[in-house]
Write a protein that binds this ligand. Structure first.
Ligand SMILES: *Cc1c(COP(=O)(O)O)cnc(C)c1O
Length: 446
């Protein structure tokens, strides 16, 4: 029997309730101190308070009802327009806000599938071309919408290898995807070249700039060599841009942008026969949280170009100190040449995942990636304070691993907790499914 919980007989008083939440929260990552390297993007307390106030003003409002809340329609249109301007738009593009990068990508892929269904009804087994480093949201979209994924291999720089890309294009290909930058290695795919091939074959190209949209344009202004990735590149037909990452907005905010409104129309869903009236939904969500729209608008308006430029400067300063520090520890190698604030590093001398476990034990949260196995970090301005301590602990972890390698079975058993090594694919899949089941059980740890 599963452990169960029912509603309290009587509601809990406010002070006790908030105390309870604070208590629950105690074991969470202390991201404010910069000890975690993913999932939270923090531009400081003042900015966060402002975004919170904007969110609260619209917490109950629903952006699915523009007639009732014309201000939300206006705010969303202004957000979309500002992003299009940032991403090389020339005035004829279109877009909408969404709940996150995944929804943005699902909508774009759905739009390409609908476009293909109308243009080429004979194509009953559509395919999508995606780099091996694409975010799994692309694979999720392919899975949800019955599209076959065809992988573009990576070159030694961890970017999509375009040398044989044309051989992968078939009459079934409905679109291509590229990242700016990729999540695992933080490098921007050769979007100019991919765009050229997309144009040549008359196929759409979605650029996943979930991470890069609010950083790459400002790094370019700071003089970094940033490859073109946005609507300025011929062949790019849609872009996903997350507001709740480097846009420093509240969670639940991203945007999907299209070169043409006619392509965007394929993301819509309408039902004109419903007894409830004509149902017209521009995105996947029905109810659309007004708070996320208002918070995104407030974040962009509060920071402006100068604010994002300053955050980009601080981010890039922190990243280069971190990269320099990692490079100066013998035995560690950074994968490829990261284009912004996302990086992964590995080691040829020892098992890098053991170093990861040692860092866990020291209270750091770093991501893991595979093929090749590496540790992964996303840097924000807030990390500057933590970098000296992190580098010292990293060096210590590497030294300990040298003296007492976990891979040779000498280290404490605690260090093994959480490793996913060993076991067949079936075992790995079952263990992962169980982990998902456990997310929603009262009596489980993850
Ligand atoms: C975060 C991310 C996504 C998915 O966005 P969510 O907001 O997590 O749904 C897609 N692509 C890239 C490159 C990302 O970093």
């Amino acid at each position: 029997m599963n452990k169960r919980m029912s509603l309290p007989d009587k509601g809990i008083v406010k002070a006790e309730l908030i105390g309870c939440l604070k208590n629950y929260k105690q074991d969470d990552a202390d991201w404010r101190a910069g000890r975690s390297w993913s999932l939270v993007y923090y531009a400081g307390q003042e900015h966060t308070e402002l975004v919170k106030r904007a969110y609260n003003l619209y917490m109950s409002e629903n952006a699915a009802g523009p007639a009732m809340f014309p201000s939300l329609r206006r705010l969303e249109a202004e957000v979309v327009s500002m992003i299009l301007n940032l991403l090389g738009g020339s005035g004829s593009e279109a877009g909408s806000m969404t709940s996150g990068g995944t929804e943005s990508i699902l909508l774009a892929i759905r739009a390409y599938r609908e476009q293909a269904r109308i243009r080429d009804p004979g194509n009953t087994s559509p395919e999508i071309l995606l780099p091996e480093s694409s975010h799994p949201a692309v694979l999720k979209a392919a899975g949800y919408f019955g599209i076959k994924p065809v992988y573009i291999p990576l070159n030694s720089d961890f970017k999509a290898d375009t040398s044989k890309l044309e051989e992968l294009v078939t009459e079934r290909t409905i679109c291509m995807v590229a990242s700016a930058p990729s999540f695992p290695h933080g490098v921007v795919d050769p979007i100019g070249e991919i765009g050229r091939i997309a144009l040549k074959y008359g196929i759409g190209l979605h650029v996943d700039a979930c991470l890069g949209s609010f950083l790459l344009p400002f790094l370019a202004k700071l003089g970094h060599e940033i490859p073109a990735f946005d609507f300025q590149v011929p062949g790019v037909t849609s872009i996903s841009a997350d507001l709740h990452k480097n846009g420093y907005s509240a969670k639940g905010a991203s945007a999907i942008l299209y070169r043409s409104r006619s392509l965007m129309r394929h993301q819509y869903f309408i039902d004109i026969d419903w007894p409830g009236g004509i149902y017209a939904s521009p995105t996947i969500q029905g109810t659309r949280p007004g708070g996320a729209v208002a918070a995104a608008w407030a974040s962009m308006m509060a920071l402006g170009k100068s604010g994002y430029l300053e955050l980009a400067r601080r981010t890039s300063e922190a990243t280069s100190i971190l990269v320099h520090g990692i490079r100066s520890i013998g035995d560690l190698q950074i994968l490829g040449n990261p284009d912004m604030n996302v990086l992964a590093f590995t080691s040829k001398s020892f098992n890098i995942q053991s170093v990861g476990l040692r860092l866990d034990a020291m209270g750091w949260y770093v991501n893991r990636i595979n093929n090749p196995s590496a540790l992964h970090m996303i840097v924000t301005p807030n990390h500057m304070q933590a970098i000296p301590g992190f580098l010292a602990d990293l060096e210590k972890a590497c030294e300990e691993e040298h003296l007492n390698p976990v891979s040779q079975g000498n280290a404490s058993a605690v260090l093994y907790g959480g490793t996913e090594e060993g076991g067949s694919d079936d075992v790995l899949v079952e263990r992962t499914l169980q982990r998902l089941d456990n997310l929603f059980r009262l009596d489980a740890d993850i």
